[in-house]
Design a protein around this ligand. Structure first.
Ligand code: ZN
Length: 188
């Protein structure tokens, strides 16, 4: 699971863009390109001392961080306000808000136990098809709809405690993550 150091007693939120379509080898190359793009645009900057309780992330908000956010200020004074670009297959979950997704054809919600089993398959092997109990429509699990879903990917970019990102920035970053990508909003 996607778990990092949590600030004691405070609630953290994460916005994570997850690449669903990349092989492990592709993930390494895409991660390098995204790192270079975000650094050269000054959206992020290298954290000189990553791994501390206050700033565990590899990157900190850069001078241009506000240009990609919907609010005037990215609060650099917050504990854990950095950015991570992480290669490696994992499940990304919505934390306390988690809710199974709905059928893309008829909007019936997937059963929770079925959802957990399918996620486990996805993590261990490959993205499974989920078949709707109501209408029998079958679709890849990542194509089921929902705001508080889990996703499995080989590469992610995680913004810790940032204000919401601008839609055009989210789209551009997503495009750089490959042909299929999702946003996971985690709240802990
Ligand atoms: Zn259905």
């Amino acid at each position: 699971m996607h778990r990092r150091v949590r600030s004691g007693g405070m609630s953290d939120h994460e916005v994570t863009l997850v690449a669903l379509s990349l092989t492990p080898v592709q993930a390494v190359a895409h991660a390098a390109q995204i790192r270079e793009w975000l650094l050269s645009a000054s959206v992020i900057e290298q954290n000189p001392i990553p791994g501390t309780l206050a700033d565990p992330s590899e990157f900190l908000p850069g001078p241009q961080a506000e240009a990609v956010a919907t609010e005037d200020e990215v609060n650099r004074a917050l504990t854990n306000s950095g950015v991570d670009i992480v290669v490696g297959r994992q499940v990304f979950d919505s934390g306390e808000n988690l809710e199974p997704p709905t059928c893309p054809a008829c909007a019936t919600m997937l059963d929770s136990d079925t959802y957990i089993d399918l996620l486990d398959d996805w993590l261990r092997t490959a993205e499974p098809l989920a078949t709707c109990a109501a209408c029998a429509h079958a679709a890849l699990l990542g194509d089921w709809a929902g705001e508080w879903t889990c996703q499995v990917g080989e590469l992610d970019v995680c913004f810790n405690n940032w204000p919401p990102l601008r839609p055009e920035f989210t789209q551009e970053l997503g495009r750089r993550l490959g042909s299929r990508w999702r946003v996971v909003y985690g709240h802990y």
